[in-house]
Design a protein around this ligand. Sequence first.
Ligand code: DGI
Ligand code: FE
Ligand code: FE
Ligand code: FE
Length: 187
Amino acid sequence: MNLDKLREATRAQMPDKRWKHTLGVVDSAVELAKRYGGDPDRAELAALLHDYAKAWAVDRMEAVIREQGLPAELLDHDKELWHSHVGAWAVRAEHGIDDEEVLDAIRYHTSGREGMTKLDKIVCLADYIEPGRAYPGVDLIRERARHSLEDALVAAFGSTIGVLIERGKRIFPLTVLARNDLITQMK
Ligand code: DGI
Ligand code: FE
Ligand code: FE
Ligand code: FE
């Protein structure tokens, strides 16, 4: 697959603001891959595609989850969690992306998971710290990202979990498992 064509196809899925975010995630993911000994090419590809389905209509995402055998459990949780799984399905179906590590990094970029690969961590963290992000605590997470992928991600998931609790929302179990596992890895 030609990377320029993939860029145009991805850009066509989303409004300009989301595309700008995507380019920021690409830059941050490549930088993290270089800093932490990851594969910059795979980081670039996974980052480019990570929000492929983000702007899709909820009904379209729901149909993919039901019809393509994606985890039905997703339907019981926040719709914000759907686009990562649907996106991983879509880039394989529409563009033949078959690198399982890249697909996993897309699939788990929102929730995280137990046993996150280096690529999972890079894409997930890049999504939290790309230059366009501005939310309370982002600079602290950026600072931690200079020293440790795991430490930064624990802070990032902590921030998300805190917001979910404040708003009385459910927490997707994989996010709790991801955070616990990252803390274990840091010991
Ligand atoms: O797609 P993006 O906006 O770039 O970022 P993302 O894919 O990390 O989506 C984050 C959103 O998902 C954020 O607004 C919080 C929401 N969310 C809802 N429930 C959960 C959750 N995020 C995680 N990690 N875990 C949840 O249980
Ligand atoms: Fe996302
Ligand atoms: Fe994103
Ligand atoms: Fe420092």
